[in-house]
Design a binder for this molecule. Sequence first.
Ligand code: FE2
Length: 416
Amino acid sequence: MKKIPKEFDPARIAAHAESAQQIYREENNAKEPMASVLANNPEIYFVPPQRRSDWGKWEFKPGSYYDTTIGSQHPFWREQDLPQPSKDIRRLRADLLNWGYCKVEDALSAEQVATLRQRVLEQAEGEQLAGIAQRTPSGQNINCCVNKGRCFELFIEQHPSIAQGGPLVEQLVTEALGPGWICTSLIAAISLQGGVPQALHQDQNNNLDSRSPMSVNILTAITDVDEKTGGTLVIPGSHTVLADAVRAGKPVGKLPPAINMDAKAGTMVITDGRLLHGTGINHTDQPRIVMLNGMQKPWLRQQENWMLSVRPEVLERASAKLLHRMGYQATTGTQTNEGHGFGAVGKLDEAAGALVDFRLAADKGAYQRVGELRPDADGEMLNAPFTLRDVVGKARAGGVSAPVGIGSKGLNATAE
Ligand SMILES: [Fe+2]
């Protein structure tokens, strides 16, 4: 056997990889902004679960990040013009930009709230009885809601039949994230009495110095939330405070206090992915329900693995919009399947990037993938009913020119 060049020996590589020599080491190992947030705001440390008994009774403690109150009652915040429930797009834009969140008033009608509330409570009980309930330190989460009721499929689409304010919310999300955004997950978060608060965190744990959000979370109150019922904890304005500090290479200093978000059932609160927040404590004996419906730039990995998890029946009836939102439209740079998707830009119903037929074929046990081929393979092998052939054929029949990866030049056509 030929000797491998000495430069490729792992011991030699390690000897030439002292930390001071490594490129981008600082960037790739940065612990900011949370390192300085915690160092300069020690009260923010997550409360360990063994102190669960501390959370039984509501009490406002000035200076505390967890035993706090709503903005209009907080001595630090009550004179400030914090986000107000509104249907006015100008007010909502300004609130999202300045404070990192805005409250879309009556985004769900009372009937729409009742539909979701009933479905969430029934599902929660069903999952408990089935022994697969997903408990959290705050209560119970219902994950992958898209499989658990038609109302949730429509909710991800922000369809006016389940969220009357959907079109306004979509416009604000498009302004925040740019076109082409997709959904990261839909979870029903139920806070129950005796739960502990969630540690304050940023959902966006990448691009921490970004000038605009990479993700937003749409929190929909299905029950009224406030300081007693487990209103989400937020530090207003923290989205820019943290990002500005990282960009300037400076530590984050003393932060203003957190408040409980207050919102009537039916309010959709759009939060910037950089905002410091966490689940609040429910001090009542009634369940607190907030739908967590995150949206993100289309190039980020999604929280829910919709490619595997969505039920076949749901996929078969899914609208082009729902499929797109779940990530079933590939682009050249994301989620291509056996090369299908090269040349696509991630539009709704774009045949050049449509992936759903691969998944449906797999569900039927009929997904035939292209494997090893060679010039002397027999005709049967070369003419096998590859699913790729069907999907590309369908796209071509719909007027799409051959994807870059397929054709006379073969896969090399896409090299580099
Ligand atoms: Fe979060």
